[in-house]
Design a protein. Structure first.
Length: 156
């Protein structure tokens, strides 16, 4: 169950260490500090962190270029997974995209990340391509997913 005392703020130098810690426990190929710093400076990048009380529990990022949003990263701290926070982050990113006039969204996801695949499918993303060997750590393929109606959301 999602707590009501959740706050959202832009990614900053202040919360970057907590984001990096979550990144390292969430991905076999974690983004480096320099990649996150570059995202913080890039004008098309929109990265946010979510806090429960004072603790960063998750984060997400989206690139906004013309009328397209590209979801770059979503992660939730392992202690808070399965409680709806990933849904909250994805909803926020899609809302941010819509507010900036995006009409479509894309993302890549590991073909074995069944939890993420299910979340994206619930939100109306559909697989459109396979990127062979996309993940260099394992050679695993990525499924490219696309959503063309950002206003359509899952129904309970």
């Amino acid at each position: 169950m999602i707590e009501t005392n959740i706050t959202c703020e832009p990614l900053s130098l202040k919360n970057l260490p907590e984001v990096l810690a979550i990144e390292r426990v969430s991905f076999t190929e974690p983004w480096s500090e320099s990649l996150f710093l570059r995202e913080m400076r890039h004008r098309n990048s929109h990265f946010v962190v979510f806090r429960l009380n004072l603790e960063v529990i998750g984060y997400g990022g989206v690139w906004l270029v013309r009328d397209e949003a590209h979801i770059t990263n979503i992660a939730v701290h392992p202690l808070y997974r399965g409680q709806g926070y990933g849904v909250m982050i994805l909803e926020y990113l899609l809302d941010a995209a819509v507010s900036r006039h995006a009409e479509t969204a894309t993302l890549e996801v590991r073909e074995t990340n069944f939890i993420a695949l299910n979340l994206y499918k619930i939100f109306g993303f559909r697989p459109v391509a396979l990127q062979r060997g996309y993940y260099s750590d394992t050679g695993e393929d990525a499924i490219v997913m696309y959503k063309d109606d950002l206003h359509r959301r899952p129904t309970p």
